[in-house]
Ligand binder design. Structure first.
Ligand code: NAI
Ligand code: MG
Length: 487
């Protein structure tokens, strides 16, 4: 990478607006996925560092300067941070691109989205109103939305900046004090956002960031007895651990555990629009998007033509380095690449047919974690390739005969995060959409990962709780009921 990337402090642990070394002295290598080589080392926190961070957040929440701000003042700080993020968009773009390997234009879109999260929740901070409730004669009852307290945010590596934005901005707007554990694979943008938050003037302890391994720093944060709420995005396996830890402390959590989201294409759909969206929704971020459109369900009448057109488009997709700025970059790590290849090997062994494959650009570094995008057909809807998250640029095509079968197949996985329905018949599109069990359904469009304003979260085993939009504020707050007897 030619342009210089300014790294946040190598000390890496950000507590009370200051950088600190890790208690153990341990560090994490930062590996550039496009090259497969380490370019930096960041301090790795453990349970001591987590305890220091939670203590700082508790001080901020219980009487610290943060707790004394009005909702409007909190909103202004969030808005100020949004502007600072915009001003530093070039730098954040380079940092995210190097850390995750994503194409430069996607990294820029991510940086702008982070700013937008802080802008949106900055404006929302003083608009969370309670109700008055009719009650017994001589009483006046009102409800207040209060912050939960110290909120823990365990965020993944696929959208480190965006997921920091969506979860932390909403928590701060309500007045929580945050401890953030970014992913070991990509934590540079979250750390830089910490630094920018100090520049914006956030009081000590409102935002604390402890990078480290999931099983050490992440687990210590999830089980810490002074945490009041956990927001988690990641794998189902770890989601189970998070919810168990929350249960032991009798606190709540938001879990966003990904999906196997279907795009349902009827014969009367606008074909060009559907084709372009179906490809983009799985190729974006190399398929490492919780809401990736990972299954395409195609009405039998148009199966041959649609699959042939899709195959043509897939054959032209090219993966490259961030600077090449093609449709996709590498996947995040050697481990994720291996995981994808193992799944595809098993699927091919079980009779799934690869009908098209994209390319990897000439000249990418040999050690980069590139996976060519691919389209599979003849996939048994009950097989692993149709049921499990691949988290790579791999699309599974399945035919359906009629509306009833389309709905049955769309719902035929454990997941329920997002769906797309493509049809020129508005009544049918609405009918089908209402029968699909998913937290978001798009008609004649698809938003993989998009929409700051749109409430987002799972049904079924995709998780629970809502992030994004105004709805997220209610999940980050707790309702207090106040009863005045005035006689
Ligand atoms: P993961 O669930 O292990 O990682 C997500 C976050 O959880 C990271 O910050 C990690 O450090 C933390 N973590 C890991 N173990 C933990 C523990 N015991 N206690 C507390 N925190 C812990 O996901 P991983 O292993 O990186 O990816 C595996 C698969 O998970 C992917 O292939 C994909 O299917 C899914 N995934 C889904 C994401 C989504 O956006 N829904 C994001 C990342 C992964
Ligand atoms: Mg893991």
């Amino acid at each position: 990478m030619d342009q210089a990337v300014r790294l946040p402090s190598a000390q890496g642990i950000f507590i009370d607006n200051q950088w600190r070394p890790s208690a153990s002295g341990a560090s994490l290598p930062m590996i550039a996925p496009a090259e497969g080589v380490a370019f930096a080392a960041i301090a790795a926190g453990n349970d001591h560092d987590i305890d220091t961070a939670v203590t700082a957040a508790r001080r901020a929440f219980d009487g610290g300067a943060w707790s004394r701000l009005t909702a409007t003042e909190r909103g202004r700080l969030l808005s100020k941070l949004a502007r600072l993020i915009e001003d530093h968009a070039d730098e954040l773009t380079l940092l995210e691109a190097r850390d995750t390997g994503k194409p430069m234009s996607q990294a820029r879109a991510d940086a702008i989205a982070v700013a937008r999260y802080f802008e949106y929740y900055g404006g929302a901070a003083d608009k969370l109103h309670g109700d008055t409730i009719p009650f017994i004669e001589g009483h006046f009852v009102t409800t207040l939305w209060e912050p939960k307290g110290v909120t823990a945010h365990i965020i993944p590596w696929n959208y480190p900046g965006q997921i920091f934005g969506r979860s932390v901005a909403a928590a701060l707007a309500v007045g929580n004090a945050c401890v953030i554990k970014p992913a070991e694979e990509a934590c540079l943008v979250p750390l830089r956002l910490g630094e920018l938050s100090a520049e914006a003037g956030f009081p000590d302890g409102a935002i604390n960031i402890v990078p480290g391994l999931g099983e050490t720093a992440g687990a210590a944060l999830a089980r810490h007895r002074d945490v009041d709420f956990i927001s988690f995005t990641g794998s189902r396996e770890v989601g189970t651990l998070i919810q168990s830890a929350a249960a032991r402390n009798h606190i709540g959590c938001t879990l966003e555990l990904g999906g196997k989201s279907p795009q349902v294409v009827f014969a009367d759909a606008n074909m060009d629009a559907a084709l372009a969206s179906v490809v983009a929704a799985i190729v974006q971020n190399a398929g490492q998007t919780c809401s990736a459109g990972a299954r395409v369900l195609i009405e039998r009448k148009i199966w041959d033509r649609f699959v042939a057109d899709l195959a043509l488009r897939f054959g032209k997709v090219v993966a490259g380095t961030p600077e090449m700025d093609l449709q996709l970059g590498p996947v995040i790590s050697a481990g994720q690449k291996q995981r994808i290849e193992t799944m595809l090997h098993a699927a091919e062994g079980a009779g799934c047919l690869r009908v098209a494959r994209g390319h990897i650009a000439d000249g990418v570094p040999k050690g980069g974690f590139f996976v060519p995008p691919a389209l599979y057909a003849q996939v048994d809807p009950a097989s692993a390739l149709a049921q499990e998250e691949v988290f790579g640029p791999i699309l599974t095509a399945i035919p359906f005969e009629d509306e009833a079968e389309a709905i049955r197949l769309a719902n035929a996985t454990d997941y329920g995060l997002v769906a797309g329905v493509w049809s020129g018949d508005g009544n049918r599109a609405l009918r089908v959409s209402r029968k699909i069990r998913a937290g978001q359904v798009f008609i004649n469009s698809y938003g993989a990962g998009g929409g700051i304003e749109l409430p987002f979260g799972g049904m079924k085993k995709s998780g629970h709780g809502r992030e994004k939009g105004f709805a997220a504020l209610y999940d980050m707050a707790v309702m207090k009921t106040m009863v005045f007897k005035h006689g």
